[in-house]
Write a protein that binds this ligand. Structure first.
Ligand code: E4P
Length: 223
């Protein structure tokens, strides 16, 4: 299972990378705006800075929604670095563009996927990744994890090469459930990745081990 971090914050990306478990980064226009990254030059510079931190898989989203525009932006993004994966929305021109990128050796992440039908289209078009948004479905009382399960099963039926990238992950149980279901990738905020570390029995056990060690050092050695 691959771990991507869902942020455009360089410090958070570095922290997750330093943990040694990071396989990539997903950004989107909202996450870029949150970091105050505006203007073409700054946006390009920011993607390059992210690519300098991680080993591969940096999803950079196109803003255009028409076929020609998506191709133009996607090709420019892909030229920035081999690590770039062009993020394309699940719309008609997006699907056509994914097919074009796939034919031309450019990796894509089909984003804003909320149904199995959309996921089938993305795979048929040759997307490298498909991003179903779990949290946003849960927000409207629809089971996001069931969609992940459905897509994993459909892709297995036909041996689609498209990887299921579970997105919009809100908490550690989303991530663990995705692992059980067999999602290929999860993308989540740093707090979800570091949240996996925590267990009160680990903290309690470590404290006891260290105390016992300290006490033993204070006793004279047995002759
Ligand atoms: C995926 O690539 C998106 O950037 C992201 O997961 C959206 O998550 P949100 O619903 O928390 O905004």
């Amino acid at each position: 299972m691959k771990f991507f971090i869902d942020t455009a914050n360089l410090d958070e990306i570095k922290e997750a990378h330093d943990l040694g478990v990071l396989d990539g980064v997903t950004t989107n226009p909202s996450l870029m705006a949150k970091e105050g990254i505006t203007g073409d030059e700054n946006i390009i510079g920011h993607y390059k800075a992210i690519c300098d931190i991680v080993d591969d898989n940096v999803s950079a989203e196109v803003i255009a929604t028409d076929y020609e525009g998506i191709i133009r932006e996607g090709e420019a993004l892909a030229k920035l670095d081999d690590k770039i994966v062009v993020k394309v929305p699940m719309i008609k021109d997006g699907v056509k563009a994914i097919k074009y990128f796939s034919n031309n050796g450019i990796r894509t992440n089909c984003t804003l996927v909320f149904s199995a039908g959309q996921a089938i289209l993305a795979a048929k078009a040759g997307a490298s990744y498909v991003s179903p948004f779990i949290g946003r479905l849960d927000d409207i009382s629809t089971n996001g994890l069931e969609l992940i399960e459905q897509i994993v099963s459909i892709y297995q039926n036909y041996g689609f090469a498209t990887e299921v990238l579970a997105a919009s992950i809100r908490h550690t149980m989303h991530l663990i459930n995705c692992a059980e279901i067999g999602a290929d990738v999860v993308t989540c905020p740093l707090k979800v990745i570091t949240g996996l570390l925590k267990h009160p029995l680990t903290d309690k056990g470590l404290e006891q081990f260290l105390n016992d060690h300290k006490k033993a050092q204070q006793k004279p050695a047995i002759a």
